[in-house]
Design a protein around this ligand. Structure first.
Ligand code: NAP
Length: 300
């Protein structure tokens, strides 16, 4: 699988495997290991986490799986996030849902993630969401210390709009190497508000979350979902693709912004569809047909 360079000594697989839903899959550690092995066999080496996934349980489940086969660690890139605080029975000290991007919180969150993931370093740490209370000097200090101590190799953000990205970058010495954002044929907001343009301007490849709209595109009954499904099915027929998953991924891969879609499933047959999409190229007409089906009207 093609790899995307994010820094001189860091590249990601074009497809990333996301573990947000790991706790819902109800897999044993052995089954999770089989899933990770399946991704690796298909060239997917980058794995996405956050401290809060599965109400603070997914990182540990992944870490326990890694401990079954520690040699895997050197073959993969681990991404995790911090900055959201959630009330949870697993964190009784958390009183309310809020953001915390203080130096102290970022450092303690990384220490906890390292323990949970049973690893000595995180390849890329992302600030999960823009924080209205963010003190960028503190974030910069935290990043500097984490890099100096060898706990985190690189840093980025998630869900940051242009002004939020550029503000934080102006304080942080290291380059922010990615922005993890929601993009799909169903969710066009980041095309329209300058977020994708800003990634291109900064020469960074965005990580794309919910590339299949979290499944909504397959199941929702609203007019947008129905319209989009019909168009995707028509184009799947035209390109002789087995499923509309392939068309959804091929639509993202065609974009010149070097998108890195994060696969959200725990099912190997669906990972297979993602990997197969690399063999399909949509025409520009087909790309815009999908864009317009999502918009619900022609482009101006
Ligand atoms: P997604 O691929 O858009 O959605 C996955 C969901 O779609 C699963 O529930 C899956 O069900 C379902 N699905 C897939 N193919 C389907 C089909 N053919 N028919 C019906 N349902 C289908 O991705 P996501 O899980 O929403 O997000 C991917 C990753 O992005 C996450 O794991 C996480 O790492 C990251 N993420 C980041 C943020 C952020 O704020 N930074 C937010 C959300 C997610 P099955 O499980 O049954 O396959």
């Amino acid at each position: 699988m093609k790899r995307i360079s994010l820094a001189d000594d860091l590249s990601f697989s074009r497809f990333i495997h996301g573990f947000w839903r790991l706790a819902d899959w109800n897999y044993s550690n052995e089954q999770t290991l089989e899933l990770i092995d399946y991704s690796l066999e298909n060239g997917i080496t980058t794995f996405d986490h956050a401290d809060i996934y599965g109400s603070y349980t997914c990182e540990s489940l992944f870490g326990k799986t890694l401990s079954l086969k520690p040699s895997i660690r050197e073959q993969i890139e681990v991404v995790t996030k911090c900055g959201i605080v959630l009330p949870s029975k697993n964190r009784p000290e958390n009183k309310s849902h809020h953001y915390n991007t203080s130096k102290e919180h970022i450092i303690s969150s990384v220490d906890q993630s390292l323990t949970n993931l049973q690893t000595e370093y995180i390849d890329v740490l992302l600030i999960h969401r823009p924080d209205p209370f963010m003190n960028p000097e503190e974030v910069a200090e935290a990043f500097h210390l984490l890099k100096k101590n060898g706990k985190v190799r690189y840093f980025g953000v998630s869900n940051f709009k242009e002004h939020q990205f550029n503000m934080l970058q102006s304080y942080v010495d290291e380059d922010l190497i990615t922005n993890q954002i929601e993009v799909s044929a169903y969710q066009l907001e980041n095309f329209e508000d300058g977020t994708i343009n800003n990634c291109i301007k900064n020469r960074i490849s965005p990580m794309i979350w919910s590339p299949l709209a979290g499944g909504k595109v397959f199941t929702d009954t609203n007019s947008k979902a129905v319209r989009l499904r019909q168009t995707l099915e028509k184009i799947a027929n035209e390109i002789e693709a087995q499923t509309i998953d392939i068309v959804l991924y091929a639509w993202l891969l065609k974009h010149p912004g070097n998108f890195m879609p994060i696969i959200g499933t725990g099912k190997t047959e669906r990972i297979d569809q993602a990997v197969r999409s690399l063999d399909y190229t949509l025409s520009l007409d087909q790309w815009f047909e999908i864009y317009q089906a999502s918009l619900g009207h022609d482009v101006p």
